[in-house]
Design a protein around this ligand. Structure first.
Ligand code: PHE
Length: 347
């Protein structure tokens, strides 16, 4: 009998202990642990049910009812506490993770044109203003157009002027200059007069240094017509240099040799990188070669379909990266293809 009354008190304690423990639960993990300890299969209130069989018949309904009440009370308390915990954690989240709408936004970084592309488009623009039309010709070229038709036969020593990337297809190469475009343009436009620029990438199997790269852009100039003279070539080049670098720029034409022009010249400009004092870019000469040029060789005119007795013309091949070196005072041409963002961001 005494045993049976004890269990009623015990159940009161079970409820009291459970509620006390629940009051200090602060989070989801605590709730889970509390549920296992106080309502789980081996929780004291659950064990009380298993003990009902040992209790006297008269007391059994009372104890059973009491155990049920305790269980319900604990369940109800758990529900209330769980809601309180949820609200508290939400409030805490709102407090600590609050969106500060007054913070300055993050600007997307603006892209820009590569300095070589900037120089190239400026050069193209200047020649377009001077009446030259843009003409595109392929970067993968035949040996015939890149050399033969430009008066450079196979085994001619002048081939050494262009170290060539060959492909696995015999007779097909990466163009070493934009000059093969001269033949393409002439053959397309013959017998009309021509004034075109041919911009684009060229490739050379070369040792690189401060002023030489394996790939670079060229802008070919080509003018064909009647009575075109060396004076027209010189005037065109000087007009270009003055627009690109200002009226006071010093440009020289220095006699040179190309198999496809006669006479031929190199166009050299004072080196702005060192103020003509001498540096690795200008090979300590104070002058930097920015183009090769000359009057079209009769063989080339004929290969393009023009009669050299009637027509004449000039051609030039400019190096936009060389021009960009001078314009932006960059001390090494290899910077252009190194993809170093710290370099590129300066333009
Ligand atoms: N194609 C020559 C070179 O790349 C440059 C050039 C072009 C010279 C046109 C004369 C006339 O070296």
């Amino acid at each position: 009998m005494g045993e049976d009354e004890n269990i009623l008190e015990e159940l009161d304690d079970i409820q009291k202990n459970g509620l006390e423990a629940l009051a200090s639960v602060q989070d989801e993990a605590g709730l889970q642990a509390w549920r296992t300890a106080h309502l789980g299969r081996s929780a004291p209130v659950m064990l009380a049910f298993t003990r009902l069989g040992q209790i006297s018949k008269e007391m059994r309904p009372m104890v059973g009812q009491k155990a049920n009440q305790v269980k319900l009370a604990l369940e109800a308390a758990l529900k209330t506490r769980a809601e309180a915990v949820k609200t508290a954690s939400l409030r805490q989240k709102l407090d600590t993770e609050r969106l500060d709408v007054t913070l300055p936004g993050r600007r997307p970084t603006m892209g820009r044109l590569h300095p070589a592309a900037q120089a190239l488009s400026e050069i193209i623009h200047i020649f377009e203003e001077m009446g030259f039309q843009e003409y595109r010709s392929p970067e993968v070229e035949t040996d015939e157009l890149n050399f033969e038709l430009l008066n450079i036969p196979a085994y001619h020593p002048a081939r050494d002027m262009w170290d060539t990337f060959h492909t696995t297809v015999p007779g097909t190469i990466l163009r070493t200059h934009t000059s093969p475009g001269q033949i393409r343009a002439m053959r397309e436009m013959c017998p009309k007069p021509i004034r075109v620029i041919l911009p684009g990438m060229v490739y050379r199997y070369e040792q690189t240094n401060a002023s030489h790269e394996m790939q670079f852009n060229q802008v070919e100039l080509l003018a064909v017509g009647k009575n075109i003279t060396l004076g027209d070539l010189k005037g065109t080049i000087e007009g270009f240099a003055q627009r690109m670098f200002g009226e006071a720029v010093r440009v020289r034409m220095r006699p040179s040799y190309f198999p496809f022009t006669e006479p031929s010249a190199d166009i050299v400009m004072e080196c702005f990188v060192c103020g003509s004092k001498g540096c690795p870019v200008c090979k300590y000469s104070g002058w930097l070669e920015i183009a090769g040029c000359g009057m079209l060789h009769p063989v080339v005119l004929r290969n393009g379909g023009y009669d050299p007795a009637v027509y004449s013309g000039f051609a030039a091949g400019l190096g936009p990266e060389r021009i960009a070196l001078l314009k932006y005072q960059v001390d090494d041409i290899r910077n252009f293809w190194q993809n170093d963002i710290r370099f590129l961001e300066q333009f």
